[in-house]
Design a protein around this ligand. Structure first.
Ligand code: UT7
Length: 323
């Protein structure tokens, strides 16, 4: 059978770092509160004029380099983002043009913080169906542009960044020993719109709007939904929590990462954590964390990776990947 094998991973973070102390100069907050409630110590913020497309392109080039491939080798580009450069066309088409790719398909996916998992699952299904051979799946965000910088309950939590993977169709045996994406699981429950949303949009207010969140409610749903979708992935493959080498979660809050790991009896040292330095970068957080753990040598060839995320909608999902 065809397996979608991740053959490269890359990332990009804007140069400017904003610390919790910097935050305390803008809103009534403190380093102690932000660290205790979220585990965040700093986040990266895009420069004036630097767009999601710029971040996505940089991460894509890094992933292609890591894979040892050229832009022309790619025939599908998926950008997961809730902060596109324009309402249309898709940021993915802009990335395609910047990379000098003239053929294949390119589109954006909007599943907010679960966007990268949704994008990876979409690419996996296209590759397994034989429609494309090599995909770039990019999670890229400039959440700093949709934050209400007077709302201390949200603006301290998010950051900008991008991560990308190159996924290639290869022959596999069809067992869990194969390299590549072994299983993906996606969910949505649109009844929870009002708990995490942006209060604007082209068709409603004709504005971009600002992020609004009922943090406590989202937190409660996150731990339950993530545990359930992780169990689903394990059941689908017949694997146990002990078989997982690295958990690469969406980085929303250190307490959510700890709570989910505890619930599933996953060793905390197997969880890749970047939320302390990146904040919540929405669709970018999973590939950003993955790129970091590959680059520093923690993730080794053959390791079993568990990817998971939950975000606005609500949407949530998981993927099991043998590196
Ligand atoms: O990526 C998509 C998914 N997003 C998430 O998963 C986020 C989920 N939620 C969370 O991470 C947490 O709920 C938060 C970090 C957002 C908040 O933590 P919490 O423990 O749920 O705190 P809280 O909202 O209950 O707020 C506690 C207090 C409140 O004061 P009172 O009402 O108790 O007097 C807030 O007004 O903390 C106050 N507060 C702040 N204080 C200092 C809220 N924001 C701040 C702040 N600095 N930035």
């Amino acid at each position: 059978m065809i397996r979608s094998v991740i053959v490269g991973c890359g990332s990009y973070l804007p140069e400017r770092v904003m610390t919790n102390a910097d935050m305390a100069e803008i809103v009534d907050t403190s380093d102690e509160w932000i660290v205790a409630r979220s585990g965040i110590r700093q986040r990266h913020i895009a420069a004036e004029g630097q767009t999601t497309g710029d971040l996505a392109e940089a991460a894509a080039r890094d992933a292609l380099k890591h894979a040892g491939l050229e832009p022309a080798d790619i025939d599908l580009i998926i950008v997961a983002t809730a902060t596109p450069d324009n309402t249309f066309p898709a940021t993915a088409t802009s990335v395609q043009a910047r990379l000098g790719i003239r053929d294949g398909a390119a589109f954006d996916i909007q599943a907010v913080c679960s966007g990268f998992i949704y994008g990876l699952a979409t690419a996996d299904n296209f590759l397994k169906a034989g429609q494309f051979k090599r995909a770039l799946v990019i999670g890229a965000e400039t959440f700093s542009r949709i934050l209400d910088w007077e709302d201390r309950t949200t603006c301290v939590l998010f950051g900008d960044g991008a991560g990308a993977v190159v996924v290639e169709a290869q022959e596999g045996a069809g067992t869990s020993d194969d390299r590549g994406i072994l299983t993906t699981h996606l969910h949505a429950d649109g009844r929870h719109h009002d708990l995490l949303y942006v209060d604007g949009g082209p068709s409603s207010t004709k504005t971009v709007g600002h992020l609004r969140m009922s943090g406590k409610e989202v937190f409660r749903h996150a731990v339950v939904n993530l545990a359930s979708v992780i169990n689903e992935a394990l059941e689908a493959t017949g694997l146990a929590a002990d078989d997982i080498d690295w958990v690469i979660p969406h980085q929303a809050n250190k307490r959510i990462l700890d709570g989910t790991a505890r619930k599933l009896k996953l060793a905390p040292e197997k969880v890749v954590v970047t939320v302390d330095r990146h904040g919540n970068t929405s669709a970018a957080s999973v590939p950003l964390a993955m790129a970091e753990a590959i680059r520093d040598g923690r993730i080794k060839r053959g390791d079993m990776l568990l990817l998971e995320a939950m975000g606005g909608g609500f949407t949530w999902g998981s993927a099991l990947v043998r590196w």
